[in-house]
Design a protein around this ligand. Sequence first.
Ligand SMILES: NC(=O)c1ccc[n+]([C@@H]2O[C@H](COP(=O)([O-])OP(=O)(O)OC[C@H]3O[C@@H](n4cnc5c(N)ncnc54)[C@H](O)[C@@H]3O)[C@@H](O)[C@H]2O)c1
Length: 438
Amino acid sequence: MRLLVLGGDGFCGWPTSLHLSEKGHDVTIVDNLSRREIDLQMEVESLTPIRPLGERLNVWQETSGKRIRFVNLDLAQDYERLVTLLTDLRPDAIVHFAEQRAAPYSMRSPATKRYTIDNNVNATHNLLCAVVETGLDPAIVHLGTMGVYGYGWSGSVPIPEGYLTVKVPTPDGDIDREILHPANPGSVYHLTKTLDQLMFAFYAKNDNLRITDLHQGIVWGTQTAQTARDVRLINRFDYDGDYGTVLNRFLMQASINHPLTVHGTGGQTRAFIHIRDTVRCVEIALQNPPAAGDKPSVFNQVTEVHRVSDLATLVSRMTGVDVAHLPNPRKEALENDLVVNRDRFLALGLQPTTLSEGLLEECTDVANRYRHRADLTKIVSRSVWNRGMPTAPDLMTDTAAPSEGTVIDLIAHEQNDAGRPLHDGGAPASNGALPLAR
Ligand SMILES: NC(=O)c1ccc[n+]([C@@H]2O[C@H](COP(=O)([O-])OP(=O)(O)OC[C@H]3O[C@@H](n4cnc5c(N)ncnc54)[C@H](O)[C@@H]3O)[C@@H](O)[C@H]2O)c1
């Protein structure tokens, strides 16, 4: 297939581009390198030293014999160039990763809220509009998030794959209607993904576009078979308070003996997927597009569900590093159940890479190798959901030991000082194995 990978320089997009190229597809990456620019603004870098994109692509060609093209284009701004690119390239399929993807960054300031809306909503809409304008019929695969469903809303009821059948009362009795699962975004970033869903529903209905929306869990891990082939192909490893994802952050923190930064009680239950499964799921979705006229096809791209405190305990047990309970900078339920239906990928042959100590160690090895690159002032999350919410001080000032007196009881003043609802009624999860509906 001739493929466009939008956002192909990013954490998920880069390994996916290499995976699809290795499988023999003709891949062109579109990216405006905004993620690298945000690192510069925030004065932080990936823990792993990522090479310039041109060098990455040359090394890929040297090591695999396969060429990936790159077009530097801002999807949200360069609409005419996007139309020209589509017309010239005539892709069979388009994978859309190109959005601002950090919830904390999206809540950091009015400027980042507005940027996230402008960038994400325009990028998705420009893509859909340009596909219609060109009259092409590519399969479109978009990376959405499990966060569109929100957390705690349905308690222990399994979250379906995108759609919910509801009973609508009428004078003649109840009728069944299938609707998009109610959107319940927890940040401006998640809000953009719920808006994406509406745009997909409209363009599928009005223009017969063939769209797959992948509601992905939190991605962990770093390397895939392809990115591990040469150090210059290495994938990003974000560890900072805005872009670092929770499990990777714990593994990185453990590698420098930094207390594991649990927000609140750690009773938040979230869905996870390893980066190796992300690339495989995208491939499966590309092989199984909906037909023209179908509603958007939604998959829950999730392999397991864990409570944050359980992950912290696991990493702490593996490494001997303490757990720190810090004020939660987010406005979210302190605890929630999460049961996720993910039958569709399993039925299409996905063999999940679940969290095992072996895999965790592999990730810890990467963190250990590059821990000298860590900036200790970037670890504690400081982007708050409402003005005035408390955040923790830095817990370490050098890599030898945590600074004294900062770890214990930081959570104690969170509950009352912030004056915000910290618990939305989600029931505490039970202690046993966390449920994952099939
Ligand atoms: N990383 C996760 O844990 C996770 C979880 C669920 C969903 N997702 C989704 O997967 C997608 C990729 O996530 P990621 O972790 O690789 O993020 P990332 O920030 O590492 O990569 C996104 C890429 O898109 C590019 N980009 C952003 N806006 C653009 C624009 N207007 N024009 C062109 N390029 C643009 C960036 O430069 C970057 O290279 C996102 O849409 C995200 O919402 C990620």
